[in-house]
Ligand binder design. Structure first.
Ligand SMILES: [Zn+2]
Ligand SMILES: [Zn+2]
Length: 383
């Protein structure tokens, strides 16, 4: 079947729409007609080479030494079109969200309730189908990588059932697209990984889609104060409108202008890092506004090449602090996505204001330009 998809064919090449060929779903696979796809910064990191594996690793994962050509997009929602042999949990007509981290349900991590670190996660940056190691998507005669085994910037996708989350048909598909990655990751970074509790003081560094989720999560958990930190004043403004109690440009600003009075010098119980580009000096900045016994949550993606970070080790030990990494906010996708969509359906989670612009599939390049210029918090492709 021929479908249109937004692809990248070389490092730093533009997003452009191509007609690609996709096969019918085989065993354990599902074909989905996409409704919405969110434009997360991680796809931009794929395009610009920030999250590219070394060629030798790529060769091992996919039998070739390049990530490209690749279909972008790893957050989205749609309706099941057809299912392959052995798929019992989904049927044509079901509404679904995609999950950038597949969950098999049988590995050690899945069965111990941590499907966000399912063993299938090793396949998400490059490679053929999880099911049988062959390719289902082609551009001309070249097999196509799909961002996170999804490739949501495509009219139809064929994915392994482990990459899908079944939704109730009355939940909003546009909200589902945002909740399927960024929102859930941010929310869980505050509630699950950060362990925000009632009365806590929380800072969120980076107020895009993921940061907005972290702010909403902290508020839902009962934080007394949530400080939105972003060098882009429009994002701070939006965060204040979404419930953040304080806002400033940098952690240093917070240290001097907000925290002395707000916390009597105690600093923040939880600091969550959700910036687009994770620079190596951010850990220490975040630590410096963290309280004794407090937690820094590292949610942002850095490039593979970042090996060293700035950290005042003396203060880190003597303040009894913790640094925690997280993927998907350390909550199971099949729990988190329905939970947040239910809250949205009941009017208790404001996701709609996060979508600042809707784009057509042909406008993915424009959407990312708007994201980088700060015009956009979260763009979505409407199919
Ligand atoms: Zn994402
Ligand atoms: Zn698993």
């Amino acid at each position: 079947m021929d479908v249109r998809a937004a692809v990248v064919t070389e490092v730093n090449g533009p997003w452009h729409t191509e007609t690609i060929e996709i096969d019918e779903p085989r065993a354990q696979e599902v074909k989905v007609k996409m409704a919405f796809a969110g434009m997360c910064y991680s796809d931009e990191s794929l395009r610009n080479g920030g999250i590219t594996h070394e060629p030798v690793v790529l060769e091992m994962l996919s039998g070739r030494d390049s990530m490209f050509p690749a279909i972008g997009g790893h957050e989205g929602s749609g309706v099941v079109e057809s299912v392959g042999e052995g798929v019992t949990a989904l049927a044509p007509g079901d509404h679904v969200a995609v999950s950038f981290t597949p969950s098999c349900g049988t590995c050690e991590y899945c069965v111990s309730g941590r499907s966000y670190i399912c063993d299938l996660g090793s396949t998400i940056l490059a490679g053929p189908m999880i099911s049988d190691g062959t390719w289902r998507h082609r551009l001309g005669d070249q097999p196509l990588n799909r961002m996170c085994q999804v490739g949501a910037f495509s009219e139809y996708i064929v994915v392994h059932e482990a990459s899908l989350i079944r939704l109730e048909p009355w939940w909003d598909l546009r909200a589902a697209a945002l909740i399927s990655c960024g929102l859930s990751t941010g929310f869980g970074s505050a509630v699950n990984r950060g362990g925000v509790r009632a009365g806590d003081t929380v800072a969120v560094i980076g107020c895009g889609g993921v940061g907005s989720g972290a702010i909403l999560g902290a508020l839902h958990a009962g934080a007394r104060a949530v400080i939105a930190i972003d060098t882009d004043p429009t994002k701070v403004e939006r965060a204040l409108g979404a419930g953040a109690t304080h806002g400033c440009a940098t952690a240093l600003d917070a240290a001097f202008t907000i925290l002395p009075e707000l916390t009597m010098g105690k600093n923040c119980d939880v600091v969550i890092i959700t910036v687009n580009s994770f620079a190596d000096d951010l850990i220490e900045q975040a630590r410096s506004i963290t309280a004794k016994g407090g937690v820094v949550v590292a949610t942002s993606l850095a490039s593979f090449g970042v090996h060293h970070v700035e950290l005042n080790l003396m203060m880190f030990s003597m303040m009894n602090q913790e640094l925690r990494g997280t993927v998907f906010g350390s909550e199971n996708p099949r729990i988190q996505v329905p939970k947040l969509l239910r809250l949205h359906h009941e009017g208790k989670l404001n996701v709609d204001d996060l979508v600042t612009t809707e784009y057509a599939l042909d406008e993915v390049e424009l959407g990312y330009a708007d994201l980088k210029s700060g015009k956009n918090v979260r763009g979505v492709v409407r199919f």
